[in-house]
Design a protein around this ligand. Sequence first.
Ligand code: SF4
Length: 183
Amino acid sequence: MKIRLAAYLQPDSIVDGEGVRTVLWTQGCPHHCPGCHNPETHDFDGGALIDVDEVISDLKQIKNQDGITLSGGDPVCQADACYEISKAAHEMGLNVWCYTGFTYEAMLLNPKLRKLLEQIDVLVDGKFILEEKSYDLYFRGSRNQRIIDVPESLRQEHVVLIDKYMKDKDYEIRYKKPDYMFI
Ligand code: SF4
């Protein structure tokens, strides 16, 4: 199985979710949100096709990461490949964040996307809406987007938000390394 990527594995990100993360920039997005930061990732024929096994093998070589982040592009457009990579990441002890322009509810309606949700810990959902853009948000670009605890949402059968990240940033709070971080 292959995955179309806009860029290869990018380790050590601290802005694409909680902790230190390796980002997978997928290629292809159907949403075309005005103001998108990554318009070069929209073309479904762009980027490069990479073998999923190669991605997993290279992911194993990257040390001192808390998790992976599926970004793009819209990663859920390549749900099968993202499922395999996310499953492998979990087996390596990494957690999985995923950004998508689709909503959680829309994902539930599609069997492949529903299956992918089972391998995602945190979903940042919804299109980027320029009018809702703010720099005071954690890990999302516009206020309409939600940061969702996926395992808990599946268990409770309704959307469970991660409250601490749905608040505006508090610039007065000094940074303290959370005890769940790997390094
Ligand atoms: S969903 Fe993300 S990548 Fe796709 S157009 Fe919107 S902001 Fe850009």
